[in-house]
Design a binder for this molecule. Structure first.
Ligand code: 6PG
Length: 256
């Protein structure tokens, strides 16, 4: 495993899937434990897709530092407009891999209600639930201790897809989107929330993501065509956890 750092950006490249999952688990455990030690509770936003599952399964087991899950609040970076027991549900995947195996109080799991009839309804309900849970003052933004994100080969993150209006949303906490790939109806946190985080962890693997990783970490580029470039938390650290295949374009681009 190799690690490079540039300011508040850290790139950790793992040699194999188990090492990638273990390294990502370690980063998440440290962030959660630090938040609980500092503020008595930790707020984490989980990612969907396939890659995080192995990390969630590791978090569900005993590990170091130990996590007092009764002090953890769990939310989601995005969700598909499907019921929680649907195969495409990000919440459903996290529940199976982690939430059903650790003692997070149910009232501290803040899922996006994908069973609602429209993405606008689900996004509005989610934003209201976060505002309530964080006891937000009007116009303020929830500060997550750690946000876990994945990226797509097109450079999307959460459900912030290239050339979509969601990239320009800076008022609402969550917004409904139409994704270019099924499932098309989704809800996503917006950049103001993602960038308020104390730490963002971006987990990605596979050669198909190498181009997006290279575009994301290059000196030049734009958010419109590579939305993950918009993840720039002014008060937070960004840790990239990659496998060698996803990192394969970095050396040629002089990025470490
Ligand atoms: C989703 C995710 C999405 C995901 C990437 C990577 O709802 O699909 O939030 O942003 O993280 O598409 O997905 P994989 O881990 O399956 O490659």
């Amino acid at each position: 495993m190799s690690t490079g750092a540039d300011g508040d950006r850290r790139i950790v490249v793992a040699a194999d899937p188990d090492t990638l999952a273990a390294a990502t688990e370690g980063t998440l455990r440290a962030a959660i434990a630090q938040a609980i030690a500092a503020r008595g509770r930790a707020w984490i936003a989980l990612a969907g897709g396939r890659t995080p599952r192995a990390v969630y399964e590791r978090l569900a087991r005993a590990g170091t530092p130990t996590i007092d899950w009764t002090k953890v609040h769990v939310a989601f970076g995005d969700e598909r407009l499907v019921p929680p027991d649907h195969a495409d549900s990000n919440y459903g995947m996290a529940r199976a891999a982690l939430l059903s195996r650790v003692p997070v109080p149910e009232a501290q799991v803040h899922r996006i209600h994908g069973e609602l009839p429209t993405t606008a309804a689900a996004a509005g309900a989610y934003a209201d639930a976060l505002a309530d849970a964080f006891t937000l003052a009007p116009g303020s933004v929830p500060v997550f201790d750690v946000v876990l994100l994945g990226i797509g080969a097109d450079g999307h993150t959460a459900s912030l897809f290239p050339a979509t209006p969601a990239l320009l949303e800076h008022a609402r906490l969550a917004i409904g989107v139409t994704a270019p790939a099924a499932p098309v109806e989704r809800v996503t946190l917006t950049f103001p929330v993602l960038n308020a985080a104390r730490e963002v962890v971006i987990l990605t693997a596979g050669a198909d993501k190498a181009g997006a990783v290279g575009r994301a970490l290059a000196d030049d580029g734009d958010v419109e065509t590579c939305p993950v470039r918009g993840i720039q938390p002014p008060g937070g650290r960004v840790t990239w956890h990659l496998d060698r295949a996803a990192a394969s374009a970095l050396a040629a681009a002089g990025i470490e």
